[in-house]
Design a protein around this ligand. Structure first.
Ligand code: TNX
Length: 544
């Protein structure tokens, strides 16, 4: 099973699931029960009945229940823990919350044959040799006690550099939640595109969602592909994503990157910029120097946009980016210099900290927690903000400094968790931003930084893997970059701290059968298949 549970004990007698099986549940687990029934029904063609706590004959019945304090659940505050028992009297999953029950059902899906992760039964013609998934399925006797190591088990998708249709986001939620990840961070805006509808500012999507072209090959080659690109989520699309995620206990964390990485918005509304000039949505990768001005109405624009977003995304966290904001325009701007002076700041480079506090203040007035990248700590992060640590070279120092200042941190350093880096430096790898993070590198990542003063561990609320998509133009390629690194990452985020690659590798090999059944375009451990190598564009010359 992946991620590995805290404790698994084989027992003598198992049970058999078959056509006519019953998923019995209490009120609190009823929706998890119906999701499980839908999934099993689709994969097997069986009739799967739902029932109340007393339903079902004992053998072959799956029973789900929320119990405030189920005996045997591992210590710790986690509501996401569960206990799963398979015995002659059926399958029993108990947890202190519906989320825990859900995770128990994810584990159950991994106890069943991989074939049961398919979307329809594989019934071949008589004698053709294909195995019928409709046959009864034996589930081995087992007792599992399990719960997550970290509360924040995140997966990030950059939908700004390349737009991904809603369908792929829903699939990613399925795949992530099967691996017990629970936070979906959507990077919704950047220099290269604005990706969600805002009623008050229609040009954000009319203009900002489309770019004239994208780089061809590696951006260092300086070639354009001459092909327009774009797209955006309507409010209904986002609401659907949020609801689909919620049913799978995934919280959507939306990000609007500000005050840098904002060229798409400035292209739509030049008055947001520092020069008044009309720019086009960025057609290169990398960081644009054109950033937001800091006029009052620009700050209001930001809070207006976040207001509309927060209405659709009810989760506690809103991400305001904050990374890589060049200050060249502020230094050249009399208005920015005057603002810095009137605020008593030593110079325009401190304006970002001031700006983040304005926006975070508006969010906390609405009861939302602000999240920002490493840079929001510079000059002091807004009170209560969560710091997402991304830079590799100073990840430890930043995490410790943030925790010492009382901030919660999420460890997402590029060195281990940036899945836009290639898997290896082999020339067979498809074009990527640079080399390379292997599956074993991901598996070896330890989120709690060495040297964190005792007592501050609690500030490391979790970890997250990132997929930036400058070099990831399609869902197929995104799957390739995520999988199987996401599988390794899920153990970093969920499983106990003692991990050994040689213990993990055979489990991962076995897990590939599940990814096959799910139709995931994962990268085999031995390297890309001929069809996966160089999947798009031409490869740049020279080494990564
Ligand atoms: C840095 S990480 C960025 C992104 C890029 C990424 C490429 C971060 C907060 N900023 O804008 O896409 O590197 O790896």
């Amino acid at each position: 099973m992946i991620p590995r549970p805290s404790s698994v004990r084989g027992t003598a007698e198992g049970t058999t699931l078959s056509d006519g099986m019953v998923v019995a549940s209490d009120e609190a687990s009823a929706d998890v029960a119906s999701l499980l029934a839908e999934e099993l029904q689709a994969a097997t063609g069986w009739r799967v009945a739902l029932g109340g706590p007393g339903a079902g004959s004992s053998h072959g019945t799956v029973r789900l229940a929320v119990r405030p304090d189920p005996s045997g659940v591992p210590d710790g505050p986690s509501l996401e823990s569960y206990r799963l028992r398979v015995s002659a009297s059926g399958v029993e999953i108990e947890a202190p919350s519906p989320a825990g029950v859900f995770y128990g059902t994810r584990t159950l899906r991994e106890l069943l044959p991989a074939e049961l992760l398919r979307s329809a039964p594989t019934i071949g013609p008589p004698g053709a040799g294909a195995r019928s998934a409709v046959a009864p399925v034996d589930v081995p006797g087992v007792e599992i006690e399990d719960g997550p190591r970290f509360a924040w088990r995140g997966i990030h998708l950059d939908v700004a550099r390349h737009f991904f249709q809603k369908r792929f986001v829903l699939r990613l939620i399925d795949l992530a939640s099967l691996h017990k990840l629970n936070m979906l961070h959507l990077h919704l805006t950047d220099d290269q595109g604005w990706r969600f509808q805002v009623d008050r500012y229609p040009l954000l999507t009319e203009v900002g969602a489309w770019r004239r072209e994208s780089p061809a090959g590696h951006y260092r080659e300086g070639r354009g592909d001459g092909t327009p690109h774009g797209g955006f989520y309507t409010k209904a699309d986002l609401a659907e994503i949020v609801a689909y995620a919620a049913r799978r206990f995934v919280t959507v964390v939306p990000e609007v990157d500000m005050p840098g990485h904002m060229l798409a918005a400035i292209a739509a509304y030049p008055q947001l910029g520092n020069t008044g000039r009309q720019f086009e949505v960025y057609t290169s990768w990398g960081i644009s120097d054109h950033v937001l001005n800091l006029e009052e109405r620009t700050v209001r624009f930001c809070t207006d946009v976040l207001d509309e977003l927060a209405e659709i995304c009810p989760g506690p966290y809103i991400h305001i980016g904050g990374d890589e904001c060049p200050v060249t325009e502020w230094e050249a701007s009399a208005a920015a210099r005057d603002l810095a002076k009137s605020l008593g700041l030593p110079g325009p480079q401190r304006l970002q900290s001031w700006f983040s506090r304005q926006v975070a203040g508006a969010l906390s007035a609405k009861g939302r927690v602000t999240v920002g990248w490493t840079e929001i700590l510079e000059g002091g992060a807004p009170p209560g903000a969560v710091v997402m640590v991304w830079r590799g070279d100073d990840a430890r120092e930043v995490a410790i400094k943030a925790a010492e200042a009382g901030h919660d941190v999420i460890m997402s350093p590029e060195t281990w968790t940036y899945f836009d880096l290639s898997y290896s430096d082999s020339p067979a790898e498809p074009l990527a931003i640079r080399a390379g993070i292997s599956v074993a590198d991901v598996y070896g990542f330890e989120p709690v930084p060495a040297g964190l003063p005792p007592g501050l561990e609690g500030h490391v609320i979790g970890t997250q893997c990132q997929l930036w998509t400058e070099y990831v133009p399609t869902p197929e390629h995104a799957e390739y970059m995520y999988f199987p690194r996401v599988c390794a990452f899920s153990e970093v985020a969920w499983s106990p701290r003692d991990r050994r690659w040689d213990e993990f590798e055979p489990r991962l090999e076995a897990h590939m059968a599940r990814l096959d059944a799910l139709g995931v375009n994962y990268r085999p451990l031995a390297g890309p298949t001929p069809g996966q190598a160089r999947t798009w564009s031409t490869r740049m010359g020279g080494p990564l």
